[in-house]
Design a binder for this molecule. Sequence first.
Ligand code: SAM
Length: 250
Amino acid sequence: MQKNMLRRNYYVITITMLLTIVGVYFITSRCNKNNFQGDMPFEQATTLLGELYKDKSGFGIPSEETEIIRSRGGAPTYGEISYKAVDTILNDLFITDEDVLYDLGSGVGKMVLQSYLSFPFKKVVGVELSTKRFAQSVEVKDLLEEKGLMNPKRPILFLQEDFTESDLDDATVVYLGSTCYSLDLMNTLVKKLSKLKKGLWVITLKRLPDPEEYNFTLIKEYRLPMSWSKSSPVHVYELKEQMPNRQSQV
Ligand SMILES: C[S@@+](CC[C@H](N)C(=O)[O-])C[C@H]1O[C@@H](n2cnc3c(N)ncnc32)[C@H](O)[C@@H]1O
């Protein structure tokens, strides 16, 4: 009788311990997954992005979308910054967990997601007008979430809107894949960006027009690979002083 009791207690204790171990493992693995800090090595991140984007492409959008982008003064032409270029520039900027990235004209979102995976950005945002490109960026973001690689404390946002109208107030790093942006569009952008926080870094493929007039200093120039060229110019500017918001002074 006593032997049976002992055996029963033994089973109860063993099962309780096993359940506790499984529970702790489950909770900690979930916590770790949701705690992703943006420290994925380059090779791992680019291999993952290669898989996630294997059936996606930003090239070729419906003509109605091209017209919408043109009618907003935007440039529908497509091309992508290379993974190597993103890695080189962001490493040189020593990105911290205080930084917030905006890619203005984010296409299918590769630059935004690479930045999220391999750098400790507090928040990353892609702004894109084309419905087809925007939709693909959201699909890949959802796949990352399924893989447990999204930390709610480090949001990824994809917005379908005209970036000349976007709220960029918390930006510390802005990327412009601006090779085909018109002078008018660049003028609009430099004015808008000059009203952001002092210290803002603007990475742009086309030079900013009249940078000194808007308190921007050129801090670095590169020639880096893009989808259309092995060696394309890239300019990095820093905002030395925030320009007053002229509208609010009126
Ligand atoms: C050269 S692609 C860059 C894609 C992405 N940044 C990359 O490097 O992988 C420029 C993108 O800007 C978008 N675009 C152009 N004008 C825009 C505007 N006013 N608002 C939002 N997106 C715009 C285009 O649709 C295009 O997808």
